[in-house]
Design a protein around this ligand. Structure first.
Ligand SMILES: NC(=O)c1ccc[n+]([C@@H]2O[C@H](COP(=O)([O-])OP(=O)(O)OC[C@H]3O[C@@H](n4cnc5c(N)ncnc54)[C@H](O)[C@@H]3O)[C@@H](O)[C@H]2O)c1
Ligand SMILES: [Zn+2]
Length: 735
């Protein structure tokens, strides 16, 4: 059982469901399986009637061209990668189905982007290619690649497994660094694969790139790798951009690309970029025999190479790497979108060669996308255990982060209306990374339907109908029906019964959970009408439970009833604290009791009157006022008093507290109060609490094991009191 006090509110988001293994062809809106066709792109391609194929292919080409331009040239994608990949996969599937219709300028034949104006062009003697992506996110992706390699190499089942080098697939942009006589001379982006942009001056500002090589190096050496921005640098950059009113970057990849492809290298210098080497370009001599040896040599020459890499044999070990990396993905300082498998022997690589834009000896095995597009069908409001109202977006089911997601939390009203400007009907980018609750990153405004409805938070609690107030400090809306609202009942009762509130021994979390679930207790007042039979009866057997379980043993029930009886006799301060009004801690409850003297006076107090109580500010006054204005709460309070809860009359005194302005020193262990609790109670009434005893000390409060402070007090003749006397002072009784 998770604790009732879990910080995370019980926003009962239906847990994302694992996608079914079988795909239902009839309903295209259904979530699609993670298998070979995660986005349904292939199914979509198969559904295109032949006479519509040409049109659809042209449409997809145009879309991909536009998105590529935004991504590679402007570094500002308008759609998540998954949306791009879906279009790409559909186009590829259509081209396979209708090879005659394939355009000679199809994006599937090209690598990446173009050279941005303003940059000098650089030709790559050895082209910088793309990598074939396995569309199957499961272990099948690794198997498919291994099978293809074995087939292409003409291997049979009796041949041994192929040796591979496994690496991370960095999500950044590819760079080629050129060294002559061991000195860095130039750097270029991939561009369209054969012509890239000269970014030499910008790359010089990346600290982890050596400007001079150490050890034995070839005369000419091109080191290729990925330029990336670490996650924390990305967040810092976006925070800075925001505070300066500049545009925000969609993700670390675009931030890295945007920072590197600056015409003014002083801007690049202000951004923290990193580089990881992963392949060899032009080289004036034999460099190594295997891909893993290439990386080892890069390392010894002073290049950063990712630690996480592995030489393995066969498909199963590839899949194992994929799985192992996924588990540590969240802990990496940078983003990856998958892993890369490469045939380790460079001789075999040469034998395998290339097709179109891709080498046949490597593949990218990606992870399910963490971002996807979907539509907001509605915004529901849920009530958490502390009464907080949380808007939750109901989404058209979408495959993201490896599961099908159908809702996302929206935090609070400002988040919906101001930060996101989200309306029902909007198309949004949803993100789900690791086990984190899905969230909406942004709205695709261009796709907003005309009739999209702005969101308003309800004025009453959707669970219990009590009034809702807004906590300006926390920007949260809360249900004020704390004593009545079923959503809050478990926590309310645990608090009500707690040691420092009504002090009902034996009414802990587990029992409260049972009492509320069994509907024996619906408000705190019901506690006082519990009977022994209620407590000892068997729990309603639910389907599947083998035998009925007793709610409680007879002895425990008897003890609980006795402590409930005893708790009826309390103090006004404890009672006020037990009501669990938001922001009213023990110290405030005591101040309220002393100030108003009776519950009636407190219940009837207006905000202005509440503000005159020491330590009660605007937020607390509003909260108290709203709490007692809520008729549901007053009904429960009446029922409590009717049940026999009572307290001795409080001697109404002037606002002047006996401890105000006095200096206290706390030492040793007090019987019931912790040091912090005692301190809070004192400071709430305007006392000072000091750490050391001096002539200016008025009282030393000593518990057991009091040490040197007690001795000092005696030496200086300062009054020493215990917890009982402290409580008397706090309650306004002179000693
Ligand atoms: N959102 C959009 O609008 C949009 C537009 C265009 C492209 N994209 C994204 O870009 C992808 C296609 O980009 P691509 O053609 O550059 O292919 P790619 O990024 O899928 O794979 C090739 C690239 O991987 C990188 N890489 C990272 N680690 C590597 C390693 N260890 N070894 C070798 N290479 C490594 C290199 O930069 C290489 O150029 C798409 O799948 C899509 O996700 C998105
Ligand atoms: Zn409520």
């Amino acid at each position: 059982m998770t604790s009732l006090f879990d910080e995370t509110e019980a926003a009962p988001l239906s847990a994302p469901t694992k996608t079914p293994a079988v795909q239902k062809k009839s309903a295209p809106a259904e979530p699609l399986p993670a298998d070979s066709d995660p986005f349904g792109a292939k199914a979509a391609a198969a559904a295109v009637p032949p006479e519509k194929a040409r049109e659809r292919m042209a449409e997809l080409e145009a879309e991909i061209e536009r998105w590529s331009y935004e991504y590679y040239v402007l570094d500002a994608p308008s759609v998540p990668d998954a949306e791009y990949d879906r279009a790409w996969n559909e186009l590829e599937a259509l081209e396979a189905r209708f090879p005659k219709l394939k355009s000679p300028t199809s994006p599937t034949l090209r690598v990446g982007g173009a050279v941005r104006e303003g940059f000098r062009k650089v030709s790559h003697k050895i082209p910088m290619l793309s990598i074939h992506t396995e569309t199957d996110f499961s272990s099948e992706g690794a198997k498919a690649f291994d099978e293809r390699v074995r087939h292409d190499l003409g291997l049979t089942e009796s041949d041994p497994p192929v040796e591979y080098d496994c690496e991370l697939k960095f999500d950044g942009l590819a760079l080629s660094l050129r060294y002559e006589s061991g000195v860095f001379v130039s750097a270029a982006t991939r561009g369209d694969g054969s012509v890239g942009e000269d970014v030499t001056e910008n790359v010089r500002t990346i600290r982890s790139i050596p400007l001079k090589l150490s050890g034995k190096y070839p005369q000419v050496l091109e080191v290729r790798g990925e330029c990336i921005m670490h996650k924390k640098d990305f967040e810092a950059l976006n925070a800075r951009q925001e505070s300066e009113g500049e545009k925000l970057f969609a993700n670390p990849r675009n931030a890295a690309a945007g920072s590197l492809r600056q015409l003014d290298s002083s801007i690049t210098a202000r951004r923290t970029l990193h580089f990881y080497a992963y392949s060899l370009g032009e080289c004036s001599e034999h460099f190594a025999d295997t891909q893993s040896a290439v990386l080892d040599r890069f390392e010894s020459l002073g290049f950063p190479v990712a630690k996480m890499r592995r030489v393995v044999h066969g498909a199963e070990a590839l899949a194992q790497f994929h799985e192992d990396v996924l588990r540590m993905r969240g802990d990496l300082p940078f983003e990856i979108d998958g892993v890369v498998y490469k045939v380790n022997s460079l001789e075999l690589e040469a034998e395998l060669g290339f097709i179109a834009r891709e080498p046949r000896w490597a593949c990218a095995h990606k992870y399910p996308p963490e971002e996807a597009l979907t539509q907001v069908l509605g915004i529901d409001v849920q009530v958490g255990r502390t009464g907080r109202l949380t808007p939750v977006a109901r989404l058209a089911p979408v495959y993201v982060g490896g599961v099908t997601v159908s809702n996302a939390t929206l935090h609070n009203e400002d988040h919906v209306t101001e930060e996101l400007d989200l309306r029902v009907g909007d198309t949004v980018v949803v993100r789900r990374a690791g086990d984190v609750i899905p969230e909406i990153l942004r709205v695709v405004k261009e796709r907003r339907p005309k009739d999209a409805v702005p969101f308003r938070m309800p004025q009453v609690c959707p669970v219990c109908g009590s009034a809702v107030i807004r906590d300006e400090e926390e920007k949260d809306m809360r249900c004020t029906g704390g004593l009545f609202c079923p959503a809050q009942m478990k926590l309310s009762i645990v608090h009500f019964a707690s040691r420092r509130a009504m002090g009902i021994d034996g009414l802990g979390e587990k029992i409260v959970e049972m009492l509320v679930d069994e509907k024996l207790v619906e408000t705190p007042a019901d506690i006082f009408s519990l009977k022994a039979e209620d407590l000892t009866a068997p729990i309603q057997a639910t389907v599947g439970t083998p035998k009925p379980v007793k709610r409680m043993g007879p002895k425990a029930a008897e003890n609980l009833l006795a402590s409930i009886e005893k708790a009826k006799s309390t103090t006004l301060a404890r009672f006020i604290y037990a009501l669990g009004c938001r922001h009213v801690g023990e110290a405030t409850a005591l101040a309220l009791a002393n100030h108003f003297g009776t519950l009636d006076a407190l219940e009837g107090a207006e905000v202005d009157a509440l503000l005159t109580v020491p330590d009660v500010g605007e937020v607390i006054a509003e909260s108290i006022h709203a709490f007692f204005r809520e008729p549901h709460n007053r009904t429960v309070i009446e029922a409590l008093i009717h049940a026999g809860v009572h307290w001795p009359a409080v001697e109404k005194r002037s606002a002047e507290s006996l401890v105000a302005g006095k200096t206290f020193v706390l030492t040793g262990t007090l019987p019931t109060l912790t040091r912090d609790e005692a301190k809070d109670l004192l400071t709430a009434q305007g006392a000072r609490v000091s750490g050391s005893v001096s002539r200016r000390t008025d009282y030393v409060v000593a518990g057991t094991e009091a040490g040197s402070k007690l001795a000092k007090a005696e030496e200086l003749g300062i009054r020493v009191i215990g917890e009982e006397e402290l409580k008397k002072l706090l309650a306004g009784t002179p000693l």
